[in-house]
Ligand binder design. Sequence first.
Ligand SMILES: Cc1cc2nc3c(=O)[nH]c(=O)nc-3n(C[C@H](O)[C@H](O)[C@H](O)COP(=O)(O)O)c2cc1C
Ligand SMILES: O=C(O)C(=O)c1ccccc1
Length: 398
Amino acid sequence: MSPLADFQNEIYLNGLGDERPGLPTDLTRLEGLAERRLSAGAFGYIAGSAGSEATARANRAAFDRLRIVPRMLRDVAVRDLAVEVLGTPMPAPVLLGPVGVQSIFHPDGEPATARAAAACGLTMVLSTAASYTIEEVAAANVTAGADGGEGGQGARWYQLYWPKDRELAVSFLGRARDAGYTTLVVTLDTVTLAWRPRDLDQAYLPFLRGIGVANYFSDPVFQKAVGGPVTDANRGAALMHWAANFGNPGLTWDDLAFLREHWDGPIALKGIQHPDDARRAVDAGMDGVIVSNHGGRQVDGAIASLDALPGVAEAVGDQATVLFDSGIRTGADVVKALALGAKAVLLGRPYCYGLALGGEAGVRHVLRCIQAELELTLALSGHTRPGDLSPEVLARPQ
Ligand SMILES: Cc1cc2nc3c(=O)[nH]c(=O)nc-3n(C[C@H](O)[C@H](O)[C@H](O)COP(=O)(O)O)c2cc1C
Ligand SMILES: O=C(O)C(=O)c1ccccc1
């Protein structure tokens, strides 16, 4: 086996022909480049967080405080990053997390992300607030066949923003199932949008521009509620109906039984930060929890997501699958989250910056970089598989 990860190999070999990767391979540099490309409103929407953005900074600081302690001479010639998560086989423990309104970053939006995910074999979690419909994104989530036609289907999970109207929620679930989405992610931390000064200062909200409502406007249950298909005539009323229905702050743990009844596959709850909530998820028959603070976009002043991970992992044990997001930017970050008990991580902003900078190819670039960097960091630290990692591989220098 080559001492280089595949993507590294390809870059150096192309480099001999004087060809360089079009985007930086240090993914932390993408935000600055995206700022130059996007409108101030769209950039503020993706880069911004809640309040003073203290939690967004804490998410990164928590990664910086933890250090990997590399081990030597352990035969790392053969590496295998593959994992199976909630029934889905994955070539690496990395998913594309749910991010709505992607057409504000690039007109190709979620279908471009879906093509990139399928090309890399990674699982995409599609947001209810996507700018394209469940069905459109599924149609794009395929690999190219040898003849240039359609090849295989990508791995699909669906993220539900549970609307007030239960009939609408059931309709979303049915559409997702019919379109080949196998696992349900239910986001709990966004029952209402938080205080987000960057968006407030620019009076920028994608939905009011009609972006992020594709799944609602295309839904028969939604259409019935607004008196028929959405046209110029009832567009304003439809947006108001969306706004009234999007979040449901009245939800409680008892409501989860309803979802369990209406979804046959695995369910993971996203936004869990407290060990007691993780235990309640298990008690409610959930299959997984996603430790996430929404990238610091909801509760400013909240604990860094990485600091919440060990407690949740301990509370859950092997009774459910623990996933993680909020702050992943490098392969080393993935190693740290896995070491603290996550089975896999979700990427958020980095792949969206890739989308902004290069459409489908930009997303592919980000996915390939993070996988190659993960493989190399794992091997150079003395490990060959994600399952080899445990808290002992990390140090917290004073
Ligand atoms: C622009 C944007 C839109 C998002 N939309 C959603 C969404 O529709 N559903 C959801 O569950 N999470 C959403 N998230 C949160 C991500 O799934 C993820 O938790 C977060 O991006 C992780 O933080 P990081 O990007 O800083 O790593 C969004 C995040 C961003 C940046
Ligand atoms: O902006 C977000 O963080 C988010 O989760 C969201 C909520 C509603 C619609 C689109 C994205």
